[in-house]
Design a protein around this ligand. Structure first.
Ligand code: ADP
Ligand code: MG
Length: 684
């Protein structure tokens, strides 16, 4: 007897060859197949009289072929078959390109259902290459048709047939994972109905009912799983820290911490003294001073003899952390090391020895911290900065270097609360919602191409006054066509240098450079050795150049608002008045409106909510790197209400049955395990 994990090639009607093509869509099991949800639908339920057809719209027509079709050869060796179909109200011309067989399978006097886009003019209605089926034998017309995301070699027809076979095959297998009382309480349909109607809706209403149920189910499973993870963590012991007074640390700082920084640090301190491993996200806008919270934690852990590791996503950032933290900890005779891909072999060996012996208390670095030969004497705290750039796997493999160390994640991507619950659902959250005093607002302008000359004059003026300028260009094309990036930004910098600012010093930074090159460009810029830094978004994270007061972003429309906000955080770090100019080309009203949000507020949370509303959650991270099971059907920007409901329901259920061990919850527990075990490496 088959189950939902059966490979699709064993499903009646699918077979080896079809299964191979479906694999390209990541469909392997029966479960995958029925969970391959349509991205849209086409309503082909109603047929329309020919006379009422509207030019440019898609429609279904029930009509009889009036003449034998004719066939001609046209240029390029192509053939064209023409036919005419009529109903009570008028006549419709049918044109088929390269479908010579139509000549013989359309029969005069017979009635067909045609579906296609209506073309022609006021006098003549036409459909080009319509879908057609003989009346009474309809599969593709007369109903609401699913539209699936496709890949080469797989058509809508192939997919919808495969899904049909899949649904038929699992009619008796589909166990409802939602407990009955949850289903009833939230007014949800049975899962059989849901799967049938999400693919082949019997009506728009049925589709809505099905969708609601499946979205709820998905969010419910996710929430249950996350909550179980969280409580599982409560059962293990973490590195114990003695409660120590933070006063000496505070005294060593050149400024006093903001209230928000202190609260976050207090949260961490409580976690680290609890005997359980801390698993905390510290979220705060750019410039809100997360590094000092991290520093406080490191200091605190060291008071109890624990080593710490601080992982940054780029070498530049690791370097900068090192430069900030090493002198600070030096005052406490705590030793810091910087370990990156470009650390020389000899130095690296010394660092490894120091870490293994415990002489080094804090290791700051990039992915290099993850390589196998890095062993710690007594690793108690792992901090990752700007976590969304790390795969969650990497976070996990760093923490595997010790038994359940405390984990602190720093993120400058403000995330709307509901979304944070999903993405960081297994983390506790501290929010730094206050900037250090004296921080000034960056004046932001969204302008079009015709301001270019004025902007150039403005740049010149800033440089003359002794400031420095960032010019940021977006990646050209897809993220992975990196050669383009280098070419575009290099050419652009050269053009600026030769034609616009021959008298200014322009430097260049892009993602294709070797870490060492990047670093030297960045530190030269920080040292004031160049006036303008042209770069791609590699400067986005963390880099601190207080003398840079102006940022110009080219093609700003290609960035997400949150990303622009982060970029903007690179300026306004010094005492001079700071500016951010968002240049967008052509620019629809919609683009301008989007960018205007940035000119109106500096509040990262507001901006991220707007971003979520406008672009949906998928774009939040560029890629889904957080490692949670991706939601297949829930759209977190629209389904917030349902998310709330699902979270409440999950909480209630887990209160009654924390392990989901009751027999009526076994299907649910099995699905959760399956959903999360696929990502087992993310779950420790
Ligand atoms: P982010 O949260 O973006 O990582 P940083 O930790 O890099 O922010 O801090 C930004 C700047 O603010 C740094 O130069 C830091 O020294 C400074 N800073 C941090 N906390 C305070 C504070 N309480 N008062 C004044 N300056 C602070
Ligand atoms: Mg930072």
């Amino acid at each position: 007897m088959a189950d939902l994990q059966t490979n699709i090639r064993y499903i009646k009607g699918i077979g080896e060859a079809r299964a191979k093509s479906l694999e390209k869509l990541d469909i392997h099991t029966l479960q995958d197949l029925i969970s391959y949800f349509p991205r849209g639908y086409e309503d082909r339920t109603l047929t329309r009289p020919i006379r009422e057809l509207v030019l440019g719209e898609h429609a279904c027509v029930r009509a009889m072929i009036a003449h034998e079709p004719t066939s001609h050869r046209i240029s390029g060796g192509r053939t064209i078959v023409k036919a005419r179909a009529v109903d009570d109200s008028g006549s419709l011309e049918l044109v088929f390109f390269n479908q010579e067989y139509r000549k013989n399978n359309l029969h005069r006097g017979e009635t067909y259902i045609f579906y296609g886009k209506v073309e022609g003019d006021l006098l003549r209605r036409q459909m080009i290459n319509p879908i057609l089926e003989p009346e009474g034998r309809q599969q593709l017309t007369g109903r609401i048709m699913p539209l699936y995301p496709l890949t080469a070699g797989i058509s809508q027809l192939i997919l919808s047939r495969a899904v049909r076979q899949g649904l038929d095959a699992c009619r008796d297998l589909l166990q409802d994972v939602l407990p009955d009382e949850v289903r009833q309480q939230h007014d949800l349909c049975f899962s059989n109905f849901a799967y049938e109607n999400i693919h082949f809706p019997s009506s728009p209403e049925a589709l809505e009912i099905a969708r609601r149920r499946l979205v709820f189910e998905e969010l419910f499973l996710l929430t249950c799983g996350l909550q179980q993870l969280r409580s599982r963590r409560r059962d293990v012991t973490g590195p114990l820290c003695q409660s120590a007074d933070l006063e000496p640390f505070f005294r060593a700082l050149p400024f006093s911490l903001t209230g928000a920084q202190q609260r976050a640090l207090e949260d961490c301190r409580a976690d680290m003294c609890s005997g359980r491993p801390m698993n905390r996200l510290c979220q705060g806008d750019v410039g809100s001073g997360k590094t000092m919270v991290a520093a406080g934690c490191i200091w605190f852990a060291a008071q109890s003899g624990w080593q710490s590791a601080l992982m940054a996503p780029t070498e530049i950032l690791a370097q900068q952390h090192y430069e900030t933290l090493a002198p600070l900890f030096d005052r406490f005779s705590l030793r810091c090391a910087l370990l990156t891909g470009s650390t020389r072999a000899k130095e690296r060996r010394e660092i490894l020895t120091g870490l293994a012996s415990g002489e080094i208390h804090l290791c700051i670095g990039t992915h290099a911290l993850l390589t196998e030969d890095v062993q710690y004497h007594k690793l108690g705290l792992v901090i990752t900065d700007e976590q969304h750039r790390f795969g969650v796997n990497q976070r996990a493999s760093l923490s595997a270097k010790a038994e359940n160390p405390h984990m602190l994640v720093l993120s400058a991507t403000p995330i709307p609360r509901t979304l944070a619950l999903i993405i960081y659902g297994d983390l506790d959250v501290s929010i730094i919602d206050e900037l250090p005093p004296g921080r000034q607002k960056v004046d932001t302008f969204a302008v079009g191409e015709r301001y270019r000359q004025r902007i150039q004059a403005f740049i010149r003026k800033q440089v003359r006054e002794g400031h420095q300028v960032f010019i940021v260009c977006p990646l050209v094309g897809e993220e992975d066509t990196i050669p383009d990036e280098r070419k575009a930004v290099t050419a652009y910098a050269r053009q600026l240098q030769e034609q616009v600012f021959p008298d200014l010093r322009i430097s260049l930074l892009h993602g294709k450079m070797k870490p060492r090159e990047k670093e030297s460009v960045m530190s030269a810029f920080a040292a004031g050795e160049s006036d303008i830094l042209v770069s791609t978004t590699v400067i986005e994270v963390g880099v601190d150049v207080p003398n840079a007061n102006t940022m110009v972003v080219e093609n700003a429309e290609r960035f997400g608002l949150s990303q622009l906000h982060q970029l903007r955080g690179r300026v306004g770090r010094g005492s001079a008045k700071s500016y951010c100019i968002l240049l967008s080309e052509g620019g629809s009203e919609e683009t301008r409106q989007r960018l205007r949000v940035l000119t109106q507020t500096n509040d990262g949370f507001k901006i991220s909510e707007e971003d979520l509303r406008l672009r949906g959650p998928g774009d939040f991270f560029g890629q889904r790197q957080h490692g949670l099971p991706a939601t297949k059907i829930a759209d977190l920007s629209c389904d917030m209400r349902l998310l709330d409901e699902a979270q409440t329901a999950a909480r209630q259920l887990l209160q009654q049955d924390p392990q989901l061990s009751a027999p009526e919850h076994s299907a649910l527990q099995a699905r959760i395990r399956q959903l999360f075990d696929l990502h087992a490496d993310t779950l420790n």
